[in-house]
Design a protein around this ligand. Structure first.
Ligand code: ADP
Length: 192
């Protein structure tokens, strides 16, 4: 089974690359952002609480995310070739919990970090905001999300580096070139 943790700042291209990886390798795609937005769209009480956090650019609590991921892993179909985890883990606590969860299910994952310059991230998110309709794609919230990323998510790179399954790609290039870098990582990892 090939599991990939796709990590990177908001606007780093996780969603786009997930689509490419999914098609090339036949993997499932779990975007925690999409799961949370679906909960908001359902209009539930929980959705309202999530909305208040997300639209201000904050993360939802680790325990809530753990529930989502555990439920996903426990219900994986037998034929599943693997999953792209897009947007999880996003804190060191989530990374630690995720490692134990994967171990419990005899699974492993490679972490691929999409590295993109801050100016480019802001530019891409502002462009996306014009069409996405996402409440969090406006300049103030974008700056806050990038700060949250630096403070809470970036440290997971060291965690994965220490655990030996860290890979990174230069995400400043065009989509095809970034994908090429990712395929090299995946192909090398699956050859072994
Ligand atoms: P992006 O990374 O481009 O900002 P996502 O769609 O991945 O967008 O996530 C949108 C929002 O959903 C995040 O800003 C955060 O509030 C919330 N979120 C997604 N995944 C997580 C997670 N693993 N832990 C906490 N909050 C999360």
């Amino acid at each position: 089974m090939l599991n990939i943790i796709l990590c990177g700042a908001p606007g780093s291209g996780k969603g786009t690359q997930s689509e490419f990886i999914m098609k090339r390798y036949g993997l499932q795609h779990l975007s925690t952002g999409d799961v949370l937005r679906a909960e908001i769209a359902s209009g539930s009480e929980l959705g309202k609480q999530i909305d208040a956090l997300i639209s201000n650019g904050n993360l939802v609590p680790d325990e809530m995310m753990y529930g989502v991921i555990e439920n996903y892993i426990a219900n994986l179909p037998k034929h599943c070739k693997g999953t792209i985890f897009d947007g999880y883990p996003r804190t060191v606590a989530q990374a630690v919990a995720f490692t134990s969860l994967l171990k419990k299910y005899h699974m492993e994952a490679i972490m691929i970090d999409l590295l993109v310059d801050e100016q480019l991230l802001i530019q891409r998110l502002i462009e996306r905001g014009k069409i996405s309709g996402r409440a969090d794609d406006n300049l103030n919230t974008i700056r806050h999300r990038i700060a949250v990323y630096h403070n809470q998510t970036e440290p997971i790179a060291h965690y994965y580096l220490h655990h030996g399954n860290y890979r990174c790609v230069n995400g400043n290039h065009n989509m095809e070139d970034v994908f090429l870098q990712i395929t090299r990582i995946i192909d090398t990892a699956t050859e072994q």
